[in-house]
Design a binder for this molecule. Sequence first.
Ligand code: F3S
Length: 61
Amino acid sequence: MQVKVEQGCIGCGLCVSICPAVFKMGENETAVVACQPAGANVDDAENAASQCPVGVIKTED
Ligand code: F3S
């Protein structure tokens, strides 16, 4: 699975809290993908995507 953070992140940090192996805060207080999810991180990354309050985390198989 591949994930990306599209424009519009409001920097709430929820994705980093849920899945710090995949998401980190980048420049401008917006989240970026640090590492594509694999193994046990896939479920956490999907969870983060579904809970992002502005829906900017996109996943594709
Ligand atoms: Fe941004 Fe959504 Fe994460 S608002 S910090 S991409 S949970």
